[in-house]
Structures are given as structure tokens and as C-alpha cells.
Ligand binder design. Structure first.
Ligand SMILES: Nc1ncnc2c1ncn2[C@@H]1O[C@H](COP(=O)(O)OP(=O)(O)O)[C@@H](O)[C@H]1O
Ligand SMILES: [Mg+2]
Length: 486
């Protein structure tokens, strides 16, 4: 932001005033001078003409009686006229009849050219004005009279005027400076103060500042009060905004606190339910086992079958509880970020599955994928669920292919597990990630419907997304991203 210079407005004001008064004075004095020069020359010519007429008529008898001395006496009357430097009376053939010079220097001036036909002519040179007039008597040309006046006085006047103009200019400059500095308080200072305040406000974002009101009632005071009004409005809005933000923040804090405690209660509840349920079921399992071992011989086959059903049901119950416990654990378990090699994990799970059921002709295609950022233990649970599902939902097919790999997705990496098993209707794919939601019956494929819910929670905890793509009878692909790795 440019710095405000307190003097710049004042300097501009002074310069402007000086320039205006200077130009006005210059124009006025030039006009006056030109007028004066023209006037001076005009009146000089008129004076010379009158003098020439008087000398002409006074010299008629001198010329008629050929008396040069009388003519010279007439000419000497010019001594009282300070302009005239030299004068002369000439015969019609252009010779001097009588002459007059104010100083010896004027003698160097020769005979001027004769006018042709006109009674009176004059010429204005740079240094003098020469006037020439015929001397007539009864219409007969007796001779000429000429007068030469200096223009020295005109240039003297010019110098005097220039001096006066310079003095007036100087005085007006001084006056301008004095007057401008008197205006400083009322014009420049409030503007400079306003500019400084605006600068401070925008630099410090401090809208409680105000520009000092001007004592005058002019445009500057309107500007200052509008600026102050604007600041007040900004301040009011700021305060209102801050209030709303605080309230909102407070509400978010309260809601979060409520949510966290509700969530904790729920987790604790489901954990204790699943945990406490295990006791009685384990007892059920144990006692039916003892019943079969010790009294099996005494029971008829129908009773034994019923007991087997009880045992199968209680085993399923245990599995369900185990799965619920796992789901509750992944939500609360602490996370440790590391670089995770998902391909290696997928390979170890595939090996384990093949080892458990070596008879199944399943081909695993595990590709190398970019390293993932996340919790190694939780990501293993993700892959275990997805690969086990693929293993399970391809079991009806004589041969199967299960694939693990990665693909670019929205500028980051999506990992995927693909199989060519039974698949499902992809319109309902989003449902699968809710607990207990299953697309297949327990008779068809055993399971609890908690696996994908667990997977989704883990992926969300990693800031990632999970989605499925499948077709009934043609296999399924589950994709996931990990926000933390991207
Ligand atoms: N690879 C797959 N192929 C076909 N269906 C699948 C696959 N993975 C999951 N599903 C469907 O999604 C449902 C939910 O999966 P999951 O939560 O793991 O539960 P479970 O495996 O215990 O049934 C399954 O019941 C099944 O219908
Ligand atoms: Mg499963």
C-alpha cells in the first residue's frame, strides 16, 4: 500500500495556486504591455504629425524668402520636445534648408527618403519613428519637414513593466504560500488524516477506529462522516457475524459432546451385550457336548439330531457374537499409521484360504499395488473380509478366479477385490454396508452380514470410500480408497 505523504496535497495545492496566479498575471501584464506599446507609438506619431504641421506652416515665409536662419529658429523650438532627436527642413529637391539635432550623436543621421505624392508619411523602425510632411503654400510644394523621434523610451517602459510584473508575481507567490498554509487546516489536514485512518483500518483490520470529524460543513466533512458510517456498519456486521459463529461453535461442541457420549454408551452396551451373551451360550455349547458324550448312547437318533441342531445354532450364535465384537472393536481400536503393503497381506490371506481348503480350484491373481498409508491390523481385517467373501461367494462355481489390484480413481488410487462368483443385483449394493444386510440366505451361504459393515467402518476411519460393482451371476468387484494415502 502506498504511504500517505502529509505534504503532497498541500504541495499540490500551493503549486496549483501559484501556477494559476502566475499565468493570470503573465497574461494580464503581456496584454497590458502590448496595448501600452501600441498606444505609445500611436500617440507619438500623432504628436510628431502635429509638430510637423506647426513647423511646416511656420517655415513657409522662411522658405519663400530663402531665410534658413528663420527656419532654424523655428526648428529650435523642438528643444522642448524630449522625444525628437533630429529634425530638418528640406528643399523640394531634397537638400537641407535647415536642420536640428538634440545631441551631437544625432548628427550622424542622414537625409531620409522623400515621400512620393502623399502629404504625410511615417515609418516606425526598431529604434525610431520618422515622420515626413510636405510644406505647401497655395497648393505649391515649397519643401519638406521631417522629424525623427527615439523609441528608447518605449524600451525603457518595457523594462519598467517587466520589473513591476516580476515584483507583483513574487508578492503574489508569497501571498499564495501564506494563504495556502492557512487553508492547510481546513482542506489538506482532514484529507491526509482520512487517508491515514483508511490505511490503518485496512492494514490492522481494526474497524473500531474512526476518522476525526472535520469542523467545517463541506464535502470533506461529508466524506469523513460517510467513511465513519461505513466503518460502523462493518463493525456491526462483524460483531453479529462473530456472535453467530460463536453460537454455532458452541452448538457444534454441545452436539458433538452429546454424540460422543451417546456413541460411547452404545459401544459399551453392544460390547457388554455381546460379551455377556457368550457366557450362557458357551455353557449351552458345553452342556450339549457333555450330553452327547455321556448320554449319547441312551438317546434315540431323533433326540440326538435335535441336540445337534441346538449345537449348530449355538455355534452360529457364537460366530455372530464374535463378528459383533469385531465390529465394535474396529470402531474403538486406536489407529497407528504406517506404510502398508496390501499385496503382501492379500497374498498371506490367499495362502491361508488355500491351505484350509486345498481341494478348491481357485486361481488368485494378486498384483503389486502402490503402498497404502494406514493401520496395518485394521487393513488386514478389510482384506480378510473382502477375500473371504470372494472365496465364499465363488464356492458354487467349479473353478474361480479372485483378483486383487489397484486402479487410478479421481487422481488417487482405488484398490479392488474382484471375483467371478454369484455376484448380486448392483442396485442394492449400497445396502450391503449396513450391519445384518445380506443378499443371500444362510442356507445358500452361511454368514452374519456384519463383515462389510466392519470393512466400511475401517475405510471411513481411514478417510476413504468404499463401493461395489456387481452383476447377478457374473461376479462382484469391491473398490476402496484410503484418504490418508492420497
Ligand atoms: N464377493 C461377493 N459376491 C457376492 N455377494 C457378496 C460378495 N461379498 C458380499 N456379498 C453380499 O453382501 C452381503 C454382506 O456381506 P458381509 O457383510 O460380508 O456378510 P456375510 O459375508 O457374513 O454374509 C453378503 O451376504 C452377500 O450377499
Ligand atoms: Mg463376509
Amino acid at each position: 500500500m502506498p504511504k500517505v505523504h502529509g505534504n503532497s496535497i498541500l504541495t499540490k495545492l500551493t503549486t496549483m495556486n501559484m501556477l494559476v496566479s502566475g499565468v493570470a498575471l503573465l497574461l494580464a501584464s503581456t496584454g497590458f504591455f502590448v496595448y501600452d506599446q501600441l498606444n505609445f507609438r500611436d500617440s507619438l506619431v500623432r504628436t510628431l504629425s502635429a509638430q510637423a504641421q506647426i513647423i511646416g506652416s511656420n517655415s513657409v515665409s522662411a522658405l519663400l524668402f530663402n531665410d534658413p536662419q528663420a527656419a532654424a529658429a523655428t526648428l529650435s523650438a523642438l528643444r522642448s520636445s524630449i522625444h525628437v532627436g533630429s529634425a530638418g527642413i528640406l528643399t523640394p529637391d531634397g537638400r537641407f534648408f535647415a536642420r536640428y539635432e538634440r545631441t551631437p550623436a544625432d548628427r550622424s543621421f542622414g537625409v531620409p527618403t522623400m515621400p512620393t505624392g502623399q502629404v504625410e508619411t511615417y515609418s516606425i523602425g526598431r529604434l525610431h519613428v520618422i515622420l515626413m510632411r510636405q510644406i505647401l503654400s497655395d497648393g505649391k510644394l515649397l519643401g519638406f519637414v521631417f522629424l525623427r523621434a527615439d523609441l528608447q523610451e518605449a524600451s525603457q517602459r518595457l523594462r519598467r513593466y517587466a520589473l513591476i510584473a516580476a515584483a507583483v508575481l513574487l508578492i503574489s507567490f508569497l501571498l499564495t504560500m501564506i494563504l495556502t498554509s492557512r487553508f492547510r487546516r481546513s482542506v489538506a489536514e482532514p484529507i491526509v488524516h482520512l487517508a491515514e485512518t483508511a490505511q490503518t483500518v485496512s492494514r490492522d483490520q481494526n474497524y473500531s477506529l474512526r476518522a476525526m470529524p472535520s469542523p467545517e460543513h463541506d464535502e470533506i466533512s461529508v466524506l469523513i462522516s460517510a467513511f465513519n458510517e461505513m466503518l460502523s456498519q462493518i463493525q456491526q456486521r462483524d460483531t453479529a457475524l462473530q456472535g453467530a459463529r460463536n453460537e454455532l461453535e458452541q452448538r457444534v461442541i454441545e452436539r458433538t459432546r452429546e454424540l460422543v457420549s451417546a456413541n460411547r454408551e452404545l459401544e459399551a452396551f453392544s460390547y457388554s451385550v455381546s460379551h455377556d451373551l457368550r457366557g450362557p451360550i458357551d455353557a449351552l455349547n458345553g452342556f450339549t457336548y457333555v450330553l452327547l458324550r455321556q448320554y449319547g448312547e441312551k438317546l434315540d437318533p431323533a433326540a440326538r439330531e435335535l441336540i445337534e441342531h441346538i449345537r449348530a445354532s449355538s455355534r452360529r450364535m457364537v460366530e455372530l457374537i464374535e463378528d459383533l465384537l469385531k465390529l465394535s472393536r474396529v470402531t474403538t481400536a486406536s489407529m497407528k499409521q504406517t506404510n502398508v503393503d496390501l499385496s503382501a497381506i492379500a497374498r498371506s490371506i490367499a495362502d491361508e484360504l488355500c491351505r484350509l481348503d486345498p481341494a478348491r480350484p481357485v486361481r488368485f491373481e494378486i498384483r503389486e499395488v502402490p503402498p497404502a498409508q494406514g493401520d496395518d491390523r485394521l487393513l488386514r481385517i478389510v482384506l480378510e473380509n473382502l477375500l473371504r467373501n470372494s472365496w465364499k461367494y465363488t464356492s458354487r462355481h467349479p473353478r474361480a478366479c479372485i483378483e486383487f489390484g489397484s486402479t487410478p480413481s479421481n487422481g488417487s488410487v482405488a484398490y479392488f477385490v474382484r471375483d467371478d462368483g454369484v455376484g448380486f443385483d448392483s442396485n442394492r449394493a449400497h445396502k450391503l454396508f449396513e450391519p445384518f444386510q445380506r443378499m443371500h440366505s444362510s442356507e445358500e451361504f452361511p454368514g452374519s452380514g456384519i463383515g462389510l459393515a466392519t470393512v466400511q467402518r475401517i475405510i471411513h476411519r481411514h478417510g476413504g470410500k468404499i463401493w461395489a460393482d456387481a452383476e447377478k451371476g457374473r461376479g462382484a468387484t469391491f473398490y476402496f480408497t484410503l484418504g490418508l494415502s492420497g
